[in-house]
Design a protein around this ligand. Structure first.
Ligand code: DX5
Ligand code: ZN
Length: 223
């Protein structure tokens, strides 16, 4: 039985707010939702795990208060356990940590679920998929990075398609129900391929926020 999050007929589009106009974040989040976005992807960056710095829980909460769709929070921070509660309280419904950023990822995932959020793990393009093997029963989301994290507007790394296929195969074999997200350089040129490889959530920064018509951009990712 498929959970509602993994509806094989409909890919979910999660525009990434860091590609939006930083001076109008709440408006931009609302505009994406009004244009058909299913979630807003929140890129939290600390300047240590990734070279860039974005926002803390107080900005996150302001965006959570501005929209009525789930926030898909991607913690690109070192030792993310320090912040799980803060971002949950700031409105994160999906909380995803990088396996490269935490020593005790199993404990992080249990803690996220304890906080009532959906637990996700993100893998950089250079991280072997084998790290997922002991975690599969504890996951609500696997986030396959298709760029090296830190910035919007980077080129898509094509090996991500095969990685999605592999993870989708493990999901099938094991009868798991976690969703597979792809994040970085996702656009109309690769969305259909990612969907058929098994992706459920497509994170889209520039392919939505750097376009004039957000609704057309979101529809282009769904078709
Ligand atoms: C990169 C972030 C991505 C990125 C997506 O570190 O995790 O979410 O902002 O932006 P695009 O779609 O422009 O690559
Ligand atoms: Zn992201």
């Amino acid at each position: 039985m498929l959970t509602t999050e993994r509806d094989v007929d409909l890919v979910k589009i999660a525009p990434s707010i860091i590609a939006a106009d930083a001076g109008r974040l709440a408006e931009e989040a609302r505009a994406a939702v009004d244009s058909g976005a299913d979630m807003i992807h929140m890129d939290v960056m600390d300047g240590t795990f990734v070279p860039n710095i974005t926002f803390g829980p107080w900005i996150h909460k302001a965006i959570a208060d501005a929209v009525d769709v789930p926030l898909d929070t991607h913690l690109m921070v070192a030792d993310p356990d320090r912040y799980l509660e803060d971002y949950r309280q700031a409105g994160a419904e999906w909380l995803t940590v990088h396996i490269e950023a935490t020593i005790h990822v199993h404990r992080s995932l249990l803690r996220i679920r304890e906080l009532g959020a959906k637990a996700g793990v993100a893998l950089n393009p250079g991280t072997s998929l084998s790290v997922l093997e002991p975690l599969l029963p504890y996951l609500d989301q696997v986030l396959v990075m298709s760029v090296n994290p830190g910035f919007a507007g980077q080129a898509f790394i094509p090996e991500a398609v095969g990685r999605v296929e592999t993870v989708a195969g493990w999901r099938e074999q094991g009868g798991y129900n976690f969703v597979i997200s792809v994040d970085g350089g996702v656009g109309p040129g690769n969305a259909a391929q990612l969907r058929s490889a098994g992706a459920d959530f497509l994170v889209a920064g520039s392919s939505v926020y750097r376009q004039d018509d957000y609704a057309a951009a979101i529809n282009a990712l769904r078709s």
